[in-house]
Design a protein around this ligand. Structure first.
Ligand SMILES: [Fe+2]
Length: 178
C-alpha cells in the first residue's frame, strides 16, 4: 500500500481494511435485502412496514458509503460490486419471497441478529488498532440495533416474548409467526 492514515502501520491498516471490506459487502447486501422486503411484504399493516423500511435503506446505503470512503482514506480500494458481495459473504441470500408483515419481520429480526453480531466483532477487531474506525462502527451499530428494536416491537407480546424466539432460520422464524 502506497500510503495510509498518519499514525497507523501498514499491517494495521490492512487489518482494518479487510474488516471494513467484509462489513461493506454486508451493508450492500443488507440494503438490497431491505428493498426486497419493501417490495414483497403484503397483508394487514402493509403500508406501515413498507414505509418504515425505506429510511433504513437510506441509512444503510449511507453507512456503506462511509465504510467505503474509510477504506479509501486508509489507502485501500473498496469493492462495491455484486461480485464483491458474493465473494465476501458467509451467509445465505434472504430466503423469504412474497409474505406477510409478521413473517418478513420475524425473518428480518434474524438478519439483524447476524448483522449486529458481525458489526460488533468488527468493532473488536478494529478497536485494537484504530479507534477512529472503531468509533464509526460503534455509531452505526447503535442505529442498527435501534432499528432492530422497531422490527421486534411489531412481534413482541405484552409479556415481552417474541413469537419466533429460538428460531435459527429465516424460514423457521417466518413459520412461527405466520
Ligand atoms: Fe418503494
Amino acid at each position: 500500500m502506497a500510503f495510509t492514515t498518519p499514525g497507523l502501520s501498514g499491517s494495521d491498516a490492512t487489518t482494518v481494511i479487510d474488516a471494513l471490506q467484509e462489513r461493506l459487502s454486508a451493508l450492500n447486501d443488507l440494503h438490497l435485502t431491505l428493498k426486497h422486503i419493501h417490495w414483497n411484504v403484503v397483508g394487514p399493516n402493509f403500508i406501515g412496514v413498507h414505509e418504515m423500511i425505506d429510511p433504513q435503506v437510506e441509512l444503510v446505503r449511507g453507512y456503506a458509503d462511509t465504510l467505503a470512503e474509510r477504506i479509501a482514506t486508509l489507502g485501500g480500494s473498496p469493492s462495491g460490486t455484486a461480485k464483491a458481495i458474493e465473494h465476501d459473504r458467509s451467509w445465505d441470500d434472504y430466503s423469504i419471497g412474497r409474505d406477510t408483515v409478521q413473517a418478513h419481520l420475524a425473518a428480518l429480526d434474524l438478519v439483524y441478529d447476524g448483522f449486529v453480531v458481525s458489526h460488533r466483532n468488527a468493532i473488536e477487531t478494529t478497536g485494537k488498532v484504530d479507534p477512529v474506525t472503531e468509533d464509526i462502527l460503534i455509531g452505526q451499530t447503535a442505529e442498527l440495533e435501534k432499528f432492530q428494536w422497531f422490527v421486534r416491537a411489531h412481534l413482541e407480546s405484552s409479556t415481552g416474548d417474541l413469537g419466533h424466539g429460538g428460531s435459527t432460520t429465516e424460514k423457521g422464524a417466518a413459520d412461527a409467526v405466520r
